[in-house]
Design a protein around this ligand. Structure first.
Ligand SMILES: [Ca+2]
Length: 322
């Protein structure tokens, strides 16, 4: 059996396994059963799956547990040859469960360390090297140069730290949240209180899938346009890439060919600067807005209040220096 036939076979095999596994978990909705009862049955299903993983890890399965994600991508029209190449590549580890929260709290991450003299100095050097692109971005999109510069500095130190993770792996993990064995894993391992129900885990997983599947598809499309392997597209574990740390779908939606060389490459200053300006404009940025309105636009870039405060505060410091 060649690789593609094997993949097709595995996908069919996987669809059957997923459906029988789903039935086992989903049919357990008798309201007289306690949540603990659900957990025990879920664990049984997970144990069965663990056994299956032992098999898929063997040479008989080149895609090592990624059938659920492959199925989603095939339905979205990605060809099997491409999928076989991606998920049989040893740079993508064997699938393992992904923990997720039904009600995630806002990250307590502080961005304060981004505001210091070294950061300001780095940003100013970058600004001077690319002053024409900053001016053109403000002129075209009505977005202040200092806010673009501030975002690029906070995101990646103006391109110095764009990340080395193969984002296709991390996005694939997010898209596998709703894989039934993954739901049972979360039901048995969750530390959330009160313990979410299976339905709540399922709804959150659907949200994650809807949110990240388009970015996974975009990763493949971007790589194909660039004539590269999707595994060569590297960024953060959150799936963000380039100087402005855009999710891949946002590169396609908001990317601008700032240096007019015929393609959008957000690892280059010109394209990154104009793309950030375009993103902010299309999310409602206007230079004359109130601080609160600006804050709300920045939240569209990153849903962290601490992030928005840091970026705006840094922008004010930079404004005086450029
Ligand atoms: Ca370009």
């Amino acid at each position: 059996m060649n690789r593609v036939s094997k993949l097709l076979f595995l996908t069919i095999f996987s669809a059957c396994s997923i459906s029988s596994c789903s039935k086992k978990i989903w049919n357990n909705t008798d309201s007289s059963k306690s949540e603990r009862g659900l957990l025990i049955d879920g664990q049984d299903a997970y144990d069965e799956t663990a056994e299956r993983w032992a098999k898929v890890k063997s040479k008989s399965s080149p895609v090592r547990g990624w059938e659920y994600v492959i199925d989603k991508l095939m339905k979205a029209g990605v060809d099997t040859k491409t999928l076989a190449e991606i998920y049989s590549d040893p740079r993508i580890p064997t699938w393992t469960p992904i923990s997720f929260k039904v009600k995630p709290k806002e990250s307590k991450q502080s961005y304060q360390e981004h505001i210091n003299e070294a950061a300001l100095k780095n940003a100013i050097i970058f600004y001077k090297e690319n002053i024409n692109y900053f001016k053109s971005a403000e002129q075209k999109f009505g977005v202040s140069q200092s806010i673009i510069l501030s975002i690029l500095q906070v995101e990646t130190k103006c391109g110095k730290n764009t990340g080395n993770e193969p984002i296709i792996y991390w996005l694939s993990r997010l898209v596998s949240a709703g894989f039934p064995p993954n739901l049972t894993y979360n039901l048995s391992e969750s530390k959330e209180t009160p313990l979410p129900t299976l339905k709540e885990f399922e709804e959150r997983a659907s949200w994650l899938e809807e949110e990240f599947l388009p970015h996974l598809i975009s990763t493949i499309q971007i790589s194909q346009k660039a004539g590269a392997s999707p595994l060569d597209i590297v960024g953060s574990k959150g799936g963000a890439i380039g100087m402005p740390q855009f999710l891949p779908g946002n590169v396609e939606k908001f990317g601008i060919d700032g240096d007019k060389n015929g393609s959008v490459n957000i690892y280059t200053p010109a394209d990154a600067i104009l793309s950030v300006a375009n993103f902010l404009k299309l999310h409602g940025w206007k230079n004359g807005q109130t601080e609160q309105q600006k804050h709300n636009v920045i939240l569209e870039y990153n849903r962290s209040t601490a992030y928005a405060e840091t970026v705006l505060s840094m922008s004010k410091r930079l404004e005086k220096k450029i």
